[in-house]
Ligand binder design. Structure first.
Ligand SMILES: Nc1ncnc2c1ncn2[C@@H]1O[C@H](COP(=O)(O)OP(=O)(O)OP(=O)(O)O)[C@@H](O)[C@H]1O
Ligand SMILES: [Mg+2]
Length: 575
């Protein structure tokens, strides 16, 4: 019921169209009700009395009913299609917006394929529930009442007999409906799994090829499909058993009623015309009553889609702006982590009481073994997650007091995985600031030392770089990602292994460009390379989520501790 209310609310916006739909549906039921009266009148008043005038009038009435029925049917069809499409658009927009208001943690739990599947068939199922099932139910109920009244008026005994026959249909629907719902749920999950596997295989085709695992990728896909086919066959079987048992019940009951009515005609207790009309009504009544069973099954099956859509719509972002969050127009660039502890899962600490601070315009280096928690710190500064205890502060204010979008706007970041979009180089750079001018795009590209290779691309800045930047080398991708961060003219710039695929001289040049830039951002450099951090004002060394050393490159090198150990194997530290 709660689900129903939630989705039915979407219809309010289209109340006028919905009214047209209901009026047309009402007229259709009315025409359906009048229909059987025509043959009855034809037999009783035209044929039996050889009355040509009545005959002509009835033919005309039948024609008018037929034409009007056609017209209302067409209006109803168009209106339903209109509402369906608009509602589909509304729900998709709402869903998509909501999806991106959720935090990173939510995205990590769901695969791309799963999300896409929910945006596809699940939303369509939900819309169909609102557009087809709800108005369908209303029409069915009103038709049922109408047919019941007319049948009762014509012959109450047959009417009661027809109603007595209904409970078996209802029990039948309950039994098979639940089964069908289970299968639909399993089918949806299987199809979603196939989508996920496909999305993953396509975006990692290179890895599959490199390990020559094409066969197993195909096998995985096919075996998922085989399970899917099995489920579909089971679903078909259930449908078949359900359909056959339904038609057996139907035949038995219909034969019984026909026999009884025919018997009364032969006995002379009922006219032939009345019998034809009554039987048409009785079948109609049974049809409507039976269709409640279909309706019930339909509700159960579509409930699966609605539940899945609602699950996302009701998910709350765990990182959300507080109601009293302040919008910041500019930030100086002072950054501080104070006793920050954090874990992705409960009871698993990734960072333990990490503290550091870096003044505006200064540079902080973060080094440490793989898995020490460096990228986690970057995630916390961007507020992809909130710390369990402690605080991340910008200009002395806890970032939870600020409107996230307003300060993240002033932060530039190159993530460890610099995903690029399947569009032009220009749009990838301008992604950092969509309103950037041509000159600003070029300036950012120059600072990131990307100008030369961009100029050599077939269409320069307008070259399409394919999915995930497939047409570029890793180092070129990194430079575009750096340009994308710089174009924001950030007050804080975070480079997480941003130069790992560049040679040392190129890395030096880019870092020097950034330091000499008039923007003077606070720089946080995360790196496995000593050359990337040695000029930093302060370097912190992380080990298993704790800061174990801090100081300048010279101090740390002299100390001969973790920092020295980290780089000595590479023979780099003391250079
Ligand atoms: N999304 C996540 N969910 C759960 N655990 C995670 C997640 N991301 C990272 N971790 C865990 O947190 C720890 C720190 O990861 P993090 O990515 O911060 O390391 P890192 O220092 O950046 O390593 P690297 O140098 O290899 O990039 C690791 O043990 C990792 O397994
Ligand atoms: Mg990392």
């Amino acid at each position: 019921m709660r689900r129903l209310a939630r989705f039915a609310r979407l219809l309010i916006k289209y109340w006028d169209k919905e009214l047209v739909l209901l009026v047309c549906a009402g007229l259709s039921s009315l025409f359906g009700l009048i229909g059987p009266l025509i043959p009855m009148a034809m037999i009783n008043y035209a044929y039996n009395r050889h009355d040509l005038f009545v005959f002509n009038m009835l033919i005309l009435a039948g024609f008018v009913v037929f034409v009007f029925n056609g017209i209302t049917g067409a209006i109803r069809g168009y209106t339903a299609t209109y509402i369906r499409n608009m509602l589909d658009f509304d729900l998709r927009t709402h869903y998509y917006k909501h999806l991106f208001s959720l935090s990173q943690r939510f995205f990590q739990k769901r695969t791309t394929g799963e999300q896409m599947f929910r945006l596809g068939p699940d939303i369509s199922g939900t819309v169909s529930f609102v557009v087809d099932t709800i108005p369908g139910a209303i029409t069915q109920i009103t038709t049922a009442i109408g047919v019941f009244v007319v049948t009762f008026w014509l012959d109450w005994k047959l009417c009661v007999l027809a109603i007595v026959a209904v409970p078996p249909f209802y029990i039948h629907s309950c039994l098979f409906g639940k089964k069908q719902q289970q299968i639909t749920r399993a089918l949806r999950e299987k199809e979603q799994e196939i989508h996920s596997a496909m999305a993953e295989a396509f975006s990692h085709a290179k890895v599959i090829k490199a390990f020559s695992r094409e066969q197993s990728a195909v096998k995985r896909y096919l075996s998922s499909w085989i399970s899917n086919i099995r489920l579909r066959l089971v679903s078909y079987k259930i449908g078949l058993i359900s359909g056959s048992s339904l038609s057996v019940m139907d035949t038995v009951i219909t034969t019984g009623l026909t026999y009884y009515a025919g018997y009364r005609v032969i006995e002379g207790r009922m006219s032939l015309g009345a019998m034809v009309a009554i039987m048409l009504y009785v079948f109609k009544l049974m049809g409507v009553l039976k269709s409640f069973g279909d309706l019930y099954r339909d509700v159960l099956v579509k409930q699966v889609s609605m539940d899945r859509v609602l699950e996302t719509l009701e998910a709350k972002p765990d990182v959300a702006d507080r109601p009293d969050a302040v919008k910041v127009d500019r930030i100086e660039g002072d950054l501080e982590l104070r006793e920050v502890s954090f874990g992705y899962e409960v009871g698993q600490d990734v960072l333990r009481e990490v503290s550091f601070s870096v003044g505006a315009g200064k540079t902080l280096g973060i080094v440490g073994q793989s898995g020490a928690g460096k990228s986690t710190i970057v995630g916390l500064i961007l507020r992809l997650f909130d710390p369990e205890s402690g605080a991340v502060k910008i200009d002395g204010r806890d970032i939870r007091e600020l409107k996230r979008a307003s300060y993240v706007d002033k932060v530039g970041v190159v993530l460890q995985e610099p995903w690029l979009f399947n569009t032009t180089v220009r749009e990838n750079i301008a992604f950092g600031r969509p309103d950037a001018s041509e000159d600003e795009v070029i300036e950012a590209a120059e600072l990131a030392d990307a100008r030369d290779f961009i100029d050599e691309l077939p269409n320069g800045l307008d070259t399409q770089i394919a999915e995930h930047g497939a047409r570029l080398s890793e180092g070129q991708k990194q430079r575009i990602a750096i340009a994308r961060a710089l174009i924001r003219r950030p007050s804080i710039l975070i480079l997480d292994e941003a130069t790992s695929n560049l040679n040392v001289s190129l890395q030096r040049r880019i870092l020097a460009n950034i330091r000499g830039w008039d923007q003077k951002p606070t720089l946080v450099v995360v790196s496995h390379r000593v050359t990337a951090v040695q000029d930093a004002d302060e370097i912190i060394v992380l080990k298993e989520g704790r800061v174990v050393e801090r100081g300048s490159h010279e101090e740390l090198t002299k100390r001969g501790g973790h920092y020295q150990a980290l780089f000595s194997c590479a023979g780099e530290a003391l250079r």
